[in-house]
Design a protein around this ligand. Structure first.
Ligand SMILES: NC(=O)c1ccc[n+]([C@@H]2O[C@H](COP(=O)([O-])OP(=O)(O)OC[C@H]3O[C@@H](n4cnc5c(N)ncnc54)[C@H](O)[C@@H]3O)[C@@H](O)[C@H]2O)c1
Length: 387
């Protein structure tokens, strides 16, 4: 009899793990349930039960979870530097795997995951939920319709993190955990550039620096214990309170990357972490027009170039429908697709190698930044044979 329900275990029960509630459908006919969770921080176990499934089995050692034969699929929601270990172990244990982005923090780590996936014969999905957002799906659709002609240039401007909120008060601030924020945050955007251009990046050149965060404060200093908390603009309360000016911070907060893709498309990605706001702005220029998105207004504007056809007669504005749920509904949809992939062999919107290629570009760009801006060739998947 065909499998009717997928039983899921989750490794890493922090902030992102809340999304696993979309998989927990214990009612009759529900296609998936979340049965267990593992986290090496005991405080996270109860929270996971509160938020996802009060009856879930919870444990500190993820290997116990992988030993359970009643678990079909595993979601990896641990910090980036743990993805390789956890994804490879889950695949070797015969589980289908959903792995959060970035796939890993090195190209070699990505290739080891892809090799384990191919050897396993199981399904694998990379957590590129941006591909499920109505905004970026609409932009892809506009390109596919031919409305702006052949894509030649893509420019992305990214204000990240509402100051230090997202990245500088936690594990994200250390390169040992992330390599750089060009993998951590930009892995989504590099992937969307690849998707919109329908090609992967060949070479990059990048500049960046730590222009605001980092400094000489003690690594164990936290905002509530800081003498400057009343005056520091980055003082925070809540779970993320490590000092944003501590010594161990070594990831750039201001990056600019130029990319050339295999099909000749030129792209740029600019990322700044000390902007007051959070916004992504994409411009895609084709041979017959250009489009630009306005995230806050939920709009994509298409401007037509003179073509001596009726297309000249108007520019067009697309009103993007607002979807409910986290990440504008994208999280629920990617979770549904993971289950459809397992139960009905549905092709993933992002193939696993796309996860590897966005990491490869992030690593090459980081190398370029740290060596002063020279051109770095992106390591292609052909360098590590995937059999
Ligand atoms: N796709 C998206 O939109 C999106 C959004 C946020 C986060 N993420 C990704 O999700 C992942 C987790 O991010 P987060 O914000 O939830 O981080 P987090 O720090 O809130 O949670 C990570 C959890 O992993 C646990 N952990 C660490 N090492 C472990 C180990 N060896 N074994 C078991 N558990 C371990 C930690 O205790 C913590 O509870 C990251 O890779 C991040 O890039 C993706």
């Amino acid at each position: 009899m065909a499998q009717e329900q997928v039983r899921i275990g989750v490794i890493g029960l922090g902030w992102r793990a809340e999304v696993t509630k979309y998989w927990h459908n214990p009612f009759p006919g529900g296609k998936s349930i979340v049965v267990a969770g593992a986290d090496n921080n005991p405080e996270r176990l109860g929270k996971f039960r509160d938020k996802v499934n009060p009856d879930a089995d919870v444990m500190l050692d993820y290997r116990e979870l992988l030993e359970r034969s009643d678990i079909d699929a595993v979601a990896i929601m641990t910090p980036d530097h743990c993805h390789e270990e956890h994804a490879v172990a889950a695949l070797n244990a015969g589980k289908h795997v959903y792995c959060e982005k970035p796939l890993a923090i090195t190209v070699e780590g990505c290739d080891r995951i892809l090799q384990a996936w191919q050897a396993s014969g199981k399904h694998f999905m990379i957590g590129f939920n941006m591909r499920y957002m109505n905004m970026y799906r609409t932009m892809k659709e506009i390109i596919q319709s031919g409305e702006i002609g052949e894509v030649k240039a893509i420019w992305v401007r990214h204000f990240v993190g509402l100051g230090s909120d997202y990245y500088y008060h936690s594990w994200h601030g250390s390169s040992r955990n992330t390599t750089s924020l060009l993998l951590q945050k930009a892995s989504h955007d590099i992937d969307i550039i690849h998707w919109l251009a329908d090609s992967y990046t060949k070479k990059v050149s990048a500049f960046g620096g730590m222009d605001y965060f980092g400094g000489n404060k003690a690594n164990d200093l936290t905002c509530p214990n800081c003498a400057e908390k009343a005056v520091c603009p980055e003082a925070r309360s809540g779970p993320l309170v490590k000092c944003a000016f501590r010594q161990e911070i070594d990831v750039e907060d201001n990056n600019m990357v130029l990319m050339e893709l295999a099909n000749g498309v030129k792209a740029s990605y600019m990322q700044c972490h000390f902007t007051p706001d959070y916004e992504r702005s994409y411009t895609v220029i084709g041979t017959e027009g250009r489009m630009e998105n306005f995230e806050k207004d939920h709009k994509v504007v298409v401007k037509s170039r003179k073509s001596n056809t009726w297309r000249d007669l108007s520019d067009r504005v697309y009103e993007i429908k607002k979807a409910e749920g986290s990440h504008f509904g994208a999280d629920e949809n990617i979770c549904r697709d993971f289950i459809e992939m397992i139960l009905h062999n549905k092709e993933p919107v992002a193939e696993p190698v796309a996860g590897r290629m966005s990491v490869a570009v992030g690593c090459a760009a980081t190398e370029s930044v740290r060596q002063g801006g020279g051109i770095v060739t992106v390591k292609g998947p052909q360098l590590v044979p995937l059999n």
